[in-house]
Every structure is written in C-alpha cells, then in structure tokens.
Design a protein around this ligand. Structure first.
Ligand code: GP9
Ligand code: MN
Length: 420
C-alpha cells in the first residue's frame, strides 16, 4: 500500500476538492434512480431515420427545465462492456486494459457509490432481469456495497414478454415498480435495460419506427430498438409519478457504451451523410447520452463541457451533498468550472477541451481538423510538435494509478474515516 500517498498527491493536484458549486446538495436526501441504457449512443439524439424522430422522449428531456443534458459525454469502457460502465461510474476508476474487472477483481475492497450512499442511510439496489452471475455481478455487487440485486428471478419472464437477451424493457420497468414501492426511502437504485442490445431484435408489432436501409443489418435494426427503450423510459417516468416516487427522486440516464461497432463504418457513414468515418469521427461516436433529471429544479440546461463516465460518482455525491473529501476518484464534479479538462480512454486516447487525440493523430476537437497530419499520411512533425503530447504523460500516469489500485487491491489499506 505504499503507492497510496503518491496517488493521493496526483489526485489532489489534478482534481480540485473545493466544491463551490451552487449545485452542491441540491438533491440532498432524494432517491437516486439511475438508468443504464443498453448500447445507447448519442448520435440518435435529436436525429431522424427514414424521416422519423428516433428518441422523442429523450429529445424532450434535452430541453426540459428540470434536466441537465451533457452533449459531450463519453463512455470509457473496454472489454467489460456494461460491467465496465458500471465499474467506472460507481468507483470513478478506469476499467482494466484487458478483461473485465468485474470478473478479475470482484472480491477487492472498493469505496463505491452504493457504500457511500449506504453510509448516508440509503437503501441500495440493482434491477436487471438477467442471470445474477452474468459479468460476476452477484459477487461484485456485494463488493460495491449493494443491499440487494433484483435479478431475473424477481421477474415474471415469458416467451411473450421477452426477446433477444431476455425480458423486454417495458415489462421490466413495469414489474420493477412494485419492488420500488416496497423498499425504504431514501434509496439508490440502478436499472439496467436490455432490449437495445446487439443484435437489436424486436417484433414488427412493437416497432414504432422502421429499420434503416443499409448494408448493415445491425445498424438498420438499431433504430427501432433504441426507440423501444426511449418509450420504455418514458413510461417509467409516468410509472414513477403514479407511484408517488417521482417528486422526491432524481433520475439519471446514461448510455453504457457503443452499440454500433467499427465494423459498421460504411453503413454509419451513409447514415451520417459523410464520405468516411475518420478516427476523429470514431471518437466522437463514443459519446453516449447522459441526463440528470431533477424534478422541480427549473434550471436545467445543455452542458457542453467534455465529460465521461468517470465523472458520475463525484457528480452524484456532490448533488446529494456528500463531501467524501478524502475519497480516491479520478473524475470531476461536472457542475464545477475548475475541472481537469480531459476524458481519457483506456488505450490512452483522450478528448480535451481543445483536442481529440487518437492513434497518434491530434485533432482540433471543435473543427475535427488534424493538427499533425498533412492529409495524406503523417507529416514529419516530431512528437514535440504534436500539441496532444502535452498531457499524454499525465494520462498514462492516471491510468497506471487506477490499475495499481485495482491490481494491488489497495483500498483495503485505506481507512477512509480516519484518513484525510
Ligand atoms: C447483460 C447486459 C449486457 O446482463 O448487461 O451486457 P453487455 O454485453 O452489453 O456487456
Ligand atoms: Mn451493455
């Protein structure tokens, strides 16, 4: 555990701990309802397919007065997919370079969101209609501090109400409400949807919009299942209102990772009306929706700063008025202006306010113009001339520290109550 002081020093330098944001504590003592939206990417928001709106409900939230919508929010997952997204957001740590930390380090000690909420008197649970051992969730959820996991056995799953990976999102939310009404408030719950999962199956009767037409059947069928999840979330909002759980809650919606992989570049460029998907476009396609909906807030807006899953833990703690000053976290509180200003990906690529750095190419983030490439191949620019190199070392260091914490199970050496 002797790396800990060095890690703390790095974090204190990078991440300012003074929370002067007017948002601190705005959701104090409210329930937190977190929705992890399977494979939901940002490129569908406020867009159409075959002349039809894809996500009418999520679009309505973008301009809703009680909602903060983060339009430059990136997923940071690696091989652990959904489980990585859960890991990142609960811990504000990075996923591992290989494998899924849910499997490889499921018995570590953590200092995760559920545990911190629990210390504030919250009841913590997860709702996900899949086998409990998938992604080793049953074990990992214990380590993260969850009180209860409502897995597939909590649901009535029939041939009619399931498709693809299992229970469809609409019956999933519908059947979850009765449990939600039973549990003690305040609660922190995470709902993980499933219908918008590859290969994006949905019966014709349940399609509100038609598939796209391209050579990629995957991309084609993505749109109707995205719409289905959009509708399921809309219904869930209503169900929460009917159950009297809406007013005193905040509802957070996050896309877990991409649904359309690089293999569908040609179809994607057709849909986006671009000649090709450049490395810059590819990074921009890693944006996923992120909404924080605070009923009655009235000050909601579109937030344009660069943000990512790593920022969720510190941001939610801040909204709930939890200081957690001596926590070890690599993210930013998203309502503070004084932020470290970049989102790192597991492979060392990153997006900062100014740049998108990927594969050794440095782009101007706003214009997409390559800054160290002549348009044909690499020019003779030395590493020094690549403006993206400036913070590259810092990013490698940060990823390394996160790995140290996980590989060394270092949280077991830290007593968060005593340490400052
Ligand atoms: C499985 C679901 C999907 O339970 O979370 O996992 P994914 O394949 O997206 O990682
Ligand atoms: Mn997923």
């Amino acid at each position: 555990g002797n790396e800990i002081p060095e890690i703390r020093k790095f974090i204190d330098k990078e991440i300012k701990s003074d929370d002067k944001s007017s948002m601190f504590g705005v959701a104090k003592d409210r329930n937190v309802i977190f929705i992890s939206a399977e494979s939901m990417q940002n490129f569908v928001i406020n867009k159409e397919v075959n002349g039809e709106i894809i996500t009418p409900f999520l679009n309505s939230l973008v301009n809703d007065e009680d909602t903060y919508y983060f339009e430059n929010f990136y997923h940071q997952t690696k091989q652990g997919k959904t489980s990585d997204s859960e890991f990142i957001m609960e811990n504000s740590l990075y996923p591992l370079p290989r494998g899924a930390v849910f499997f490889t380090h499921g018995q570590n000690e953590y200092h995760a969101l559920p545990e911190l909420f629990k210390q504030k008197g919250y009841y913590t649970s997860v709702f996900h209609a899949n086998n409990k051992s998938f992604w080793n969730r049953d074990q990992m959820y214990d380590s993260l501090g969850y009180d209860h996991f409502y897995g597939e056995e909590a649901y009535q799953i029939t041939i009619e109400n399931s498709i693809g990976w299992g229970l469809k999102d609409k019956p999933f939310f519908e059947q979850s409400i009765k449990y939600l009404q039973e549990i003690k408030e305040p609660f922190y719950t995470k709902f993980i949807t499933l219908t918008n999962h590859f290969p994006f199956e949905l019966s014709e009767e349940e399609r509100s919009i038609e598939p796209y037409h391209s050579t990629s059947s995957t991309l084609n069928h993505y749109f109707p299942t995205v719409r289905y999840t959009d509708e399921a979330i809309e219904q869930f909002f209503q169900q929460l209102k009917d159950a009297g759980l809406y007013e005193n809650s905040i509802i957070v919606i996050m896309g877990d990772h991409y649904g359309i992989s690089e293999n569908h570049k040609t179809a994607m460029s057709q849909y986006l009306g671009k000649e090709e998907i450049t490395p810059y476009d590819h990074i921009q396609l890693q944006r996923v929706p992120f909404f924080i909906h605070i009923p009655g807030n009235g000050n909601g807006k579109v937030m344009s700063g660069v943000a990512g899953q790593i920022d969720i833990k510190p941001t939610l703690l801040s909204l709930l008025g939890v200081k957690a000053e001596n926590d070890i976290q690599f993210g930013n509180r998203l309502f503070i202006n004084d932020r470290k200003g970049y989102i790192a990906f597991r492979n060392g690529d990153y997006v900062s306010d100014q740049y998108v750095s990927t594969n050794g190419i440095c782009y101007n983030r706003k214009t997409g113009e390559p800054l160290n490439q002549d348009g044909v191949g690499f020019n003779t620019a030395t590493e020094k001339e690549n403006p993206c190199m400036d913070i590259q070392d810092e990013i490698e260091m940060e990823l390394g520290y996160s790995d140290d914490l996980i590989y060394g199970d270092l949280f077991r050496f830290i007593n968060f109550d005593e340490e400052k």
